[in-house]
Design a protein around this ligand. Structure first.
Ligand code: ADP
Ligand code: MG
Length: 304
């Protein structure tokens, strides 16, 4: 670290920079209110879960976070945006009939593509092995974001599980978000890719809170050492750093829970990993992430 990554074309960045200037305010939660009591365009909070490298535990984090917040009584939508390589449905023991690709092609409505999972969370699956989803065009993304924007006020919290790295779809959403959970492992390869992603996101979005979690660490010393290195490099080269949210141990209970198709926070709530996850799920930025503006409308602007 730092390892520089391929720069995106300048035109894309300047569009994103312009779009990320759109601000929303008004913190607050709408959980207890009925839809008719809420004012118009009160959108749910959004948290994006991303990492530079693949396999760091994004889907593990996103499914558990969504399940815990749903269990606490929030209306939660989990969107598996690892389009074409989705696996959140497997971790939740669900068998969705439709996915993002069907919605994008207007074969079904968003509502018809949702499946209900653990604790009442709703999942919009990403589809498995579909080429049309792997590299959607700008027009396709625009249509998809438009349809998703209509869903925002039905939920208190939307958790978006991204694929590894910064594809165009991910970059435009990260330009729009106010809250990003950056997942890394303690190895230098994962840290380096996480740093590269962090740097690129800051270039297109100056209005977000970023929390970093070190997942699959053998012990706390290793996790803190990884965090220390990430923080040092970020401070030195970017003059800022994410918030450290903690670490999650490499835990046999996670393997068992995936085999059981149930999030570890529900399958083994007293396991070491579930205890760490509970602390992450109460990150103040998730609750405080501003509502009022539409995340997917900002993401649509970032496409232009
Ligand atoms: N803390 C952990 N302990 C043990 N296994 C883990 C842990 N976190 C993730 N895994 C496992 O690692 C694999 C990759 O995780 P996943 O969430 O699919 O990664 P990503 O979505 O970043 O590609 C999965 O099989 C998952 O169950
Ligand atoms: Mg994943």
């Amino acid at each position: 670290m730092p390892s520089d990554i391929q720069p995106e074309p300048l035109s894309v960045f300047s569009r994103l920079l312009r779009a990320s200037g759109v601000q929303s305010r008004r913190p607050g939660r709408g959980r207890e209110r009925q839809p008719e009591e809420r004012g118009p365009a009160r959108a749910g909070r959004v948290i994006c879960v991303a990492s530079g490298k693949g396999g760091t535990g994004k889907s593990f984090m996103a499914t558990n976070l969504a399940a815990m917040r749903a269990k606490a009584g929030e209306r939660v939508l989990l969107i598996d945006f690892d389009a074409g390589m989705a696996n959140a449905h497997l971790m939740l023991g669900l068998n969705p009939k439709y996915d993002l690709g069907d919605v994008m092609a207007r074969r079904v409505s968003v509502e018809d593509a949702l499946v209900e999972g653990s604790s009442g969370l709703q999942l919009l699956s990403g589809g498995v092995g579909r080429r049309d989803l792997a590299q959607p065009t700008r027009r396709e993304l625009d249509r998809l974001f438009d349809l998703l924007s209509l869903q925002e006020e039905r939920f208190d919290l939307i958790v978006i599980d991204h694929g590894a790295g910064l594809g165009y779809g991910t970059l435009t959403q990260l330009a729009a978000t106010r809250c990003l959970l950056l997942v890394t492992n303690p190895e230098v390869t994962a840290l380096s890719d996480a740093y590269a992603l962090y740097k690129q996101v800051l270039a297109v979005n100056d209005h977000l809170r970023v929390g970093l979690v070190v997942n699959r660490a053998p012990d706390e010393t290793v996790a803190l050492d990884a965090w220390g290195r990430f923080r040092g490099v970020s401070k030195r080269f970017l003059q800022r750093s994410p918030e450290y949210l903690g670490w999650v141990p490499a835990d046999r209970a996670v393997y068992d829970s995936v085999q059981q198709r149930s999030p570890v926070c529900l399958a083994a709530p007293e396991s070491a990993s579930a205890r760490s996850l509970r602390a992450l799920a109460s990150w103040q930025a998730i609750t405080a992430a501003p509502t009022g503006g539409s995340f997917f409308t900002r993401a649509r602007k970032a496409l232009r």
